[in-house]
Design a protein. Structure first.
Length: 64
């Protein structure tokens, strides 16, 4: 995975964002799981968020 950067003042910031397919709204159980991760499993939350797998994980467990 190659990152690209843009200049913002004196700093170069990475061009990162959420892919369009991950912009669907979360249902009740997806939001509950997201809140649980943020409050109680912050390490796992950060790992999933930074790897780009958080939304896929939340959508998967919402269907189950």
């Amino acid at each position: 995975m190659k990152l690209t950067y843009h200049c913002c003042g004196d700093y170069y910031l990475p061009n990162i964002g959420i892919p369009a397919e991950d912009m669907r709204p979360l249902g009740k159980y997806g939001r509950m799981r997201l809140r649980y991760f943020r409050e109680h499993r912050s390490l796992l939350f950060n790992q999933l968020l930074l790897s780009g797998k958080l939304m896929k994980h939340l959508y998967y467990h919402e269907k189950a």
